[in-house]
Design a protein around this ligand. Sequence first.
Ligand SMILES: [Zn+2]
Ligand SMILES: [Zn+2]
Length: 339
Amino acid sequence: LSPVLREAITSCLEQKEQVILLLNRRGYATFIICRECGHVLRCSACDVTLTYHRRPNLLLCHYCGSRKKPPETCPQCRSHNIRYAGRGTQRLEEELNQVYPGARVVRMDLDTTGRKGSHEKIYQDLCKGKIDILVGTQMVAKGLDLPNVTLVGIVNADVALNLPDFRAAERTYQLLTQAAGRAGRGEKPGMVVVQTFNPGHYSIAALRQNDAEGFYRRELLYRETGKYPPFTGLIRLVFSGTDAKAVMATARGLTGAINEAVKEKIAGGAPGRDGHEEIIGPQPAVITKVQNRYRWHTLLKTADLDFYASFLPQLIAEYQRKNRQKVRVIVDENPYSML
Ligand SMILES: [Zn+2]
Ligand SMILES: [Zn+2]
């Protein structure tokens, strides 16, 4: 925590007011790395790093839910010199208990709200003043109307901002404004502290200046120049299967077939399509493997989603019938996730 945020928390606690801290990463350490050889622990079934959780002591994959005991030594070089890096909500909770020993700190994330009613219980305790500092994931940003909360701290605003997704800025802005809105809802004025390595980014600048209009304009400009929705229709094809070669072959073969079909349709005089159809990929997905299934994807940008609706389903079905590979193809219109 920065000195600014620490000081703000201290003065808030002195005034008997409440604090909400948002950190959108659960667990204790978000990646585990060997100091000797640099090996990073990953899920054996997914291409993602494992998160270390305390109580119980486990390494968890947040994608497939697999769990295992943390190793005593590095699986690659047998060194004992293993570093638990990256801070999650569990570690933040622990740090807060050390820095503010008198404060009642409560954590709200997927791990503490699993049981029915636990979410409500935390909210009630907060209302009754039984909690001084609430720390948690995006759950803490939602809908809490608490007049005695005068400080909201965004511990790491860059978590969502750095995702390779065209909606990263929008989601960041949305989460930050939502969280910031929790501060100062009563008569006492509120304060919001945002910790970021990108203070100049327009989503964060707009939050600081309370300039929703300005954010909207910048975001639209970015979407227009980058040809992203709402200025273009977007379809994401995700190819997945347990045989890496078959997945790659299907991704390439099918994307090639789509390319041909699009060219043919434009040459055949499909109205107004020329220059508007863009095919990006295929390439390995950002997360190249989930639950032992390898993943590739292709993006189709189009002036008109109906253009693809008219032939894509048949083309895919036909391709799969001919090639008989065990590869799943998912067609995602206006995809929610780009990972
Ligand atoms: Zn090692
Ligand atoms: Zn996994």
